[in-house]
Each structure stands twice: as C-alpha cells, then as structure tokens.
Design a binder for this molecule. Structure first.
Ligand SMILES: N[C@@H]1[C@@H](O)[C@H](O)[C@@H](COP(=O)(O)O)O[C@@H]1O
Length: 246
C-alpha cells in the first residue's frame, strides 16, 4: 500500500489528478472507475484544467461510476449523474457512449445490476478505480455489515450515510434510502485503486483500513488486500494512519 499524506485538500486533488492523467497518457483507451462525494471534486477540477490546457485527451477513455441513488431520475439535481455532468463530463471530451452510471430508475433493477457488471467485463475491466470513503468506512455504497455484496446490487443505506449525504439535498427526507452500487469484488478487480480521504471525520476509517485486519464493519479495510492500492489523504484524515503498509 502506498500512502501519501498531503498538507491540504488542494494537494490531495492535484496528486490524484496527476495519477489519472498519467494513466491516460500511458493508456489512452483506459477504463476509469469514478467516484462522487465532495472529496473528488478538486481532482475533477484539476483534470478539467489539464484538459483545457491540452494536456489530457479523454476521447478514448471509458468510465464507470460506482453508484447512483435508487429512485432518482438522471436529471434530479442531487443525482450522481448530474454531479458527474456538472463537475466533469460537461467540461471534458469523454464520448457520451463511453460514460456509464447505474440507472437509478431502471424498471428491472436486477437486470440493470447484471448489465452493469457485464458492461465492465466487456470493456476489459477497470484500469484505475478512484474511490472516496464514507465516514463509516463505506466504499461506493458498500455499507458496513456482517456480509458484503460481491457484485453490483441494490443496497439499503445506513442512517449515518443518509445523514452525511443529506447536505446534498434540500431536505433530509428527500435523501433516498437505497442506492445501486458496484460490489466489493467489482472494486477489487480494478487493476489499480486510488482512495482519497480528507477531513478529520475520515480519520477513524483510515486508521481501520490500515490496521492490518479486514473487517466487514469497515468495508474499505478489504482494500488492504489489493496488490496496487494508493491512499492520498490530507493531514486530518491521515492523522491516525497505522504505518503497516506493504
Ligand atoms: N457513495 C458515495 C461514496 O462513493 C463517497 O466516497 C462518500 C464520501 O463522500 P464525501 O467525499 O462527500 O465525504 O459519499 C457517498 O456516500
């Protein structure tokens, strides 16, 4: 595990963007796994800047987002589809047909999940997966529990996640209670993973995910078994990191 503890949020964003840029420069047809939440916004800004300067070309890139709220139409202002359009896709040249985000209002959710997995497989798998982390250690929307889902699935969100994510909605009661999320194995099959974490509310989860133990109560802890994982944190999130890197 590679661990970078940066001075501040902007440096986290810059380092993550440089990794994505290198990936695309080395392999223009890269398949990227993308995340939402407030943490990666700075990374998207940096990537948009680099694209405007002519430094990165996304024309052959394919993307798969981690998750989407169940029951939110694409154009709902708090959907992850809108987040991705506003923060990234509207400003770069990823071809529309190469953009994949689970459909939260699919008629047949089981089919949607199976199809999503199949599309990732047909694209050749994820080359570089960007992850954020929930304060409770969730990745994508794989919530803490006794068991973790392996593949893309419909998941009930924990009270903690609903509360944490309510800041993106006008009203707490508007936050969907379920979401579609890729599974733990979908994430673990990525060739490279970069996890970003900022703020002291992530410190405990970061400690657990570098503890040397895998614990389904902290889903991100499984990332310790991935052969190519990089953590990039600010000082606050990295404050309790156990230096047990391998
Ligand atoms: N499903 C997303 C996660 O993929 C993300 O990592 C998490 C953290 O978000 P933030 O970066 O806003 O703390 O939020 C949501 O729950």
């Amino acid at each position: 595990m590679r661990i970078y503890i940066e001075e501040h949020y902007k440096a986290v964003a810059k380092k993550a963007a440089l990794i994505v840029a290198s990936q695309i420069i080395l392999k223009p047809k890269s398949v990227l796994g993308l995340a939402t939440g407030s943490t990666p916004i700075g990374m998207y800004k940096e990537l948009v800047e680099m694209h405007k300067l002519g430094e990165i070309d996304f024309s052959e890139v394919t993307t798969f987002n981690l998750d989407e709220y169940y029951g939110l139409p694409q154009h709902h202002k708090s959907s992850y589809y809108m987040y991705m359009m506003e923060n990234f896709f509207q400003h770069v040249n990823v071809p529309e047909e190469n953009i994949h985000i689970p459909n939260g209002i699919a008629e047949n959710i089981l089919q949607e999940c199976l199809k999503y997995e199949e599309k990732i497989r047909l694209a050749g798998g994820i080359d570089l997966q960007i992850l954020g982390i929930g304060a409770n250690g969730h990745i994508g929307f794989n919530e803490p529990g006794d068991k973790l889902n392996v593949t893309t699935h419909l998941v009930g969100l924990s009270d903690k996640t609903i509360l944490d994510n309510s800041r993106f909605f006008d009203d707490y009661n508007e936050v969907p209670k379920e979401a579609l999320s890729v599974g733990i194995a979908t994430i673990m099959k990525a060739k490279k993973i970069v996890l970003l974490a900022c703020g002291e509310n992530k410190a405990e989860a970061m400690k657990e995910m570098t503890s040397g133990y895998v614990n389904t109560k902290v889903p991100a802890s499984i990332l310790q078994t991935h052969p190519d994982i990089t953590l990039i944190t600010d000082k606050e999130a990295g404050a309790c990191i156990v230096a047990s890197s391998n």
